[in-house]
Design a protein around this ligand. Structure first.
Ligand code: ADP
Ligand code: MG
Ligand code: MG
Length: 210
């Protein structure tokens, strides 16, 4: 469990926090079309707090850092996204207890998706973050286990798959979350939560070490 892994987690956290700050208004605009216009503020507040917390944890191993990401998101972010993202980071962090490897990162990704689905009860196609997380996780797993790619290459594939998942949310009708109150009027709008998922996956890809 080298310090490089801790640095990779810290770098990813910092990148996500910067990205959420940069995209705050964009996420809020997306959420104002089909929700309550707070997703940008929620994600920005959450990851700013995460960045602060993680910066204070000098000697913590990667799994503890990631667990802290989850705990902080749950406590700082209300609404749907905080508990969904936070709960998944918390639970899936346990998979990184022996370090971050190709194998443990696949396990992390799978548990992450499983927990979002357990808690939110949204299937693929309900116009939620599940539509972005699912293809990202499946592609990451396949790229590592079947195509023998390195984690960084697998992450590049996962980003592409995630992006297609985000685009898929636009033409469909929301059946879960706040956007489902709009019924058919949710059609034609990109889901904010799927979009923030893409920012997270991209940030992890950008800061991942070989
Ligand atoms: P809220 O809707 O409570 O204001 P946010 O705006 O922070 O919370 O997050 C909204 C996002 O949460 C949605 O765009 C969607 O991706 C996601 N979401 C909402 N409900 C669910 C659910 N049941 N399962 C998975 N994701 C969900
Ligand atoms: Mg909202
Ligand atoms: Mg809200």
């Amino acid at each position: 469990m080298g310090t490089t892994e801790q640095e990779a987690v810290r770098a990813a956290v910092e990148r996500v926090a910067d990205r959420m700050a940069d995209e705050k208004e964009y996420l809020t605009d997306l959420d104002s079309a089909i929700g309550d216009a707070d997703h940008g503020a929620n994600m920005n507040r959450g990851f700013r707090a995460v960045h602060e917390k993680v910066s204070e944890m000098d000697d913590a191993p990667p799994d503890e850092l990631v667990k802290t990401v989850g705990i902080t998101l749950v406590s700082e972010v209300g609404g749907a996204a905080g508990p969904l993202y936070g709960g998944s980071f918390m639970t899936a962090s346990a998979e990184l207890g022996d370090g971050i490897t190709a194998e443990s990162s696949v396990a992390f990704a799978e548990v992450f998706l499983e927990k979002v689905k357990d808690r939110g009860d949204a299937p693929v196609g309900a116009k939620t973050m599940v539509d972005a997380i699912t293809p990202a996780v499946h592609t990451y797993k396949k790229s590592i286990e079947e195509d023998d790619l390195k984690p960084v290459e697998a992450l590049t594939k996962a980003v592409d798959a995630c992006e297609r998942g985000v685009n898929f949310t636009t033409p469909i009708r929301a059946t879960k979350g706040r956007a489902s109150y709009l019924g058919w009027r949710s059609v034609g709008h990109q889901d904010p939560g799927a979009t923030s998922t893409l920012f997270i996956v991209k940030s992890i890809r950008e800061t991942a070490v070989e």
